[in-house]
Ligand binder design. Structure first.
Ligand code: PMP
Ligand code: GLN
Length: 409
């Protein structure tokens, strides 16, 4: 007889979050042998020269604890790259902290810089860990909606926020605003005008900008450059810029990330980082340095590949009867599935995974109120063309299934 497990003892501040939707959908995809377009990771490998650099670093005995704030090789490479990108010199030892992916950089920023009771502004839909980070730090999230473009907005229109709503979200208790550009899950690349407005409100209210730029290199529209809010007037001294190696070099499993911030903010990030992970995988930091020094061609190749995958998946989804919101950057396409009449986002994704054998993410997890995401679905296009072609073959059945009512639930 199987012994019953004692009831779950998850701390109350984390209990509402359950298991992340990414782990849940990837598990469901494996169970049903579905093509996994849910969790955002490539099904192809990162560049050989970076993997070789990791092997070399291991062989050359870079195998003991790294410098807690980051290996000199990596922080110097990051500082040189930041100088090229922004024209501003960084002190690699006082302004960069290497973390276990952007996920740890986010947690360290919240835990090290936010007081319990502080308000933090989040755009919604949001990447799931932001809200959990608020809970860990005892912060109160204030939500500002990113709304999908209407039917007349043109084929490449992006999700937008309302200026008055953003202004109203700032209060005397606002400690920080979190910006994610290019944005997961909508693919929005924030414009200069939008970032100028956010920056001016940060200055006016003495708020910090925590900016998640993990998709910084993955922008596919020539007229929409990635703009770093840290480079806008008055923002260098109040911005914590977070990023990681995973998306830029198709090495999501390496979990090498970083936080770039002026010394007075870096002090907060480090105060938490030293107790969260202390230090990050030494040999992978050396390989990451090599990637950052010599990765420009690989990045250009990846952007070209992903731009093609984005177009292919968008066509596939339209053919299947979904309304596609065209992403300007990142890994994902958001679409509206309501015309198919297959339940809400959770029911739709379950049907898709179990019956059509293609897994996607139900976006209600990215909203403060689940009903806001009910008609949406998120697909990842960071996959080989052959994977997307097989997904297209399977999704081909979707439109006709819903038209005949076979899929009605
Ligand atoms: N932020 C966003 C917007 C993401 O999509 C992800 C997923 N990779 C992360 C942070 C986490 O990044 P990492 O894997 O480097 O921890
Ligand atoms: N960033 C990835 C996504 O949005 C998932 C990362 C994770 O599983 N934590 O799909």
């Amino acid at each position: 007889m199987q012994e019953a497990h004692p009831p779950s003892r998850v701390a109350s501040r984390l209990a509402p979050f359950g298991t992340t939707i990414f782990a849940e959908m990837t598990r469901l995809a494996a169970e049903h042998k579905a093509i996994n377009l849910s969790q955002g990771f490539p099904d192809f490998d990162g560049p050989g020269f970076i993997k070789d650099a990791a092997v070399k670093a291991i062989r050359e005995r870079h195998n003991q604890y790294a410098k807690p704030t980051g290996e000199p090789d990596l922080v110097e490479a990051l500082a040189a790259w930041w100088g090229q990108e922004t024209g501003r010199d960084l002190d690699p030892y006082a302004e960069i902290t290497v973390t276990s992916g952007c996920t740890e950089a986010l947690a360290a920023s919240f835990l090290g810089l936010i007081e319990p009771g502080d308000e933090v502004i989040l755009f919604e839909p949001f990447y799931d860990s932001y809200r959990a980070c608020c809970a860990l730090a005892g912060a109160k999230p204030r939500f500002v909606a990113l709304r999908p473009p209407g039917p007349d907005a043109g084929p490449t229109a992006q999700f937008r926020f309302d200026e008055a709503e953003l202004r109203a979200a700032f209060s005397p208790r606002t400690k920080a605003i979190l910006i994610n550009t290019p944005h997961n899950p909508t693919g929005k690349v924030f414009s200069r005008k939008e970032l100028d407005l956010i920056a001016s409100l940060c200055v006016e209210h003495d708020a910090i900008a925590i900016t998640d730029e993990v998709y910084e290199h993955l922008v596919f529209e020539p007229d929409k450059a990635h703009i770093r809010i840290a480079t806008l007037p008055g923002m260098a001294e109040r911005t914590v810029t977070l990023s990681s190696l995973g998306k830029t070099f198709s090495l999501t499993g390496w979990k090498i990330g970083w936080a770039i911030a002026p010394p007075h903010l870096t002090a907060g990030v480090r105060s938490a980082h030293q107790f969260l992970t202390f230090a990050v995988a030494t040999p992978l930091q050396h390989a990451a340095a090599e990637a950052i020094r010599n990765g420009a061609d690989s990045i250009a190749d990846l952007v070209a590949q992903l731009a093609g995958s984005r177009a292919f998946l968008a066509d596939t989804l339209r053919d299947a009867g979904l309304r596609v919101y065209w992403p300007a950057g990142g890994y994902f396409i958001m679409a509206d599935h309501s015309a198919l009449g297959i339940g809400d986002d959770v029911e739709f994704c379950r049907y898709l995974t179990e019956e059509v054998k293609v897994a996607a993410i139900p976006p209600s997890s990215f909203y403060s109120r689940a009903e806001l995401g009910r008609s949406l679905v998120r697909f990842a296009f960071c996959k080989k063309l052959s994977t997307l072609e097989e997904a297209a073959r399977r999704l081909g059945a979707l439109g006709s299934a819903s038209r005949t009512g076979a899929a009605a639930r």
